[in-house]
Design a protein around this ligand. Structure first.
Ligand SMILES: *[C@@H]1O[C@H](CO)[C@@H](O)[C@H](O)[C@H]1NC(C)=O
Length: 281
């Protein structure tokens, strides 16, 4: 049996299971820019006057578990690594202290505005997770020499049975963008496809990209997670980090249909409100 020590940089936030339905003013739901209507919303503004951590407390679970890794350097999710940073939310991967684990963070969402202020061999991910074969990921690796141009989009499993990458389930998108400036990352999880998109800029010129994956679209309900971590894997996250690295998040907007608010209950509430137009988001 291999022995694992913890690594020192990970933070984990999970969406709280008690979802908050913002139905009062949007009783007929939320219409997104692609024309989809959603019944429920969670909007976390980490730049609000009452502070990022108040928004975390309202809707998110901060993970504090230890995840053993085959690299021998574990991921220790640490509540202290979720912090107020530059008037927004900071998710920190701490410099490795040779204790055997990197303190890190997990979080979850659909549309979020984020940048990486310091790069140091870490992984930044935002994803939905139910199991290793029911998972949608947006990831980037600060250790990629051209990391500022790469986004990894994957509907897991991203590998074929022979371990080769599956080009239909895992896509590497390269744009001339920089994660050191803020950009908006988004994914739309629909029954037959996941549509991943990015909107940012490069020296003031707008950069947008959209990538659709129709393979391995999850069918199980899932949790939304945002995380920052490193496990020292020489082929992936690299590291462990020699300096603290912080991803800064301005907001997370989540629009969704859940079983806690059925279509029937939604229709009743919408009728009672006079069948008003959905809120445009
Ligand atoms: C979400 O719920 C709304 C209202 O019930 C429905 O119109 C819409 O089709 C649902 N979306 C999905 C992807 O199921």
């Amino acid at each position: 049996m291999a022995s694992f020590g913890p690594l020192s940089a990970l933070v984990a936030l999970l969406l709280s299971s008690s979802t908050q339905v913002l139905a009062q003013s949007c009783a007929c739901g939320y219409k997104d820019s692609n024309g989809q209507v959603w019944r429920e919303a969670i909007v976390s503004d980490f730049t609000q006057a009452s502070g990022a951590l108040a928004a975390v407390d309202a809707d998110w679970i901060v993970a504090a578990d230890l995840q053993e890794q085959p690299t021998g350097i574990s991921i220790q999710y640490a509540t202290a690594n979720v912090l107020e940073h530059q008037d927004a939310l900071g998710l920190k991967a701490s410099a490795y202290d040779n204790s055997g684990s990197v303190k890190s963070v997990v979080f979850g969402e659909t549309i979020l505005r984020l940048c990486l202020t310091e790069a140091s061999n870490i992984h930044v991910g935002f994803f939905t997770y139910f199991s290793d074969t029911q998972e949608q990921d947006i990831e980037f690796l600060s250790s990629d020499s051209d990391y500022y141009q790469h986004l990894y989009y994957t509907n897991q499993p991203g590998q074929l049975p022979n371990s080769d990458p599956d080009p239909d389930a895992a896509k590497l998108v390269a744009n001339r963008r920089s994660y050191r400036t803020f950009g908006v990352h988004r994914f739309d999880w629909l029954p037959t496809k996941t549509v991943y998109s990015y909107a940012g800029s490069n020296n003031g010129a707008p950069i947008t990209s959209t990538t659709t994956i129709t393979k391995n679209v999850p069918t199980s309900s899932a949790e939304f997670v945002l995380n920052v971590w490193s496990n020292g894997d020489p082929l992936f996250s690299k590291g462990p980090p020699t300096a603290d690295a912080i991803a800064t998040v301005h907001y997370v907007h989540l629009y969704f249909n859940s079983t806690t608010f059925s279509a029937g209950s939604f229709n009743t509430a919408c009728s009672a409100a006079g069948s008003i137009a959905p809120c445009s988001v």
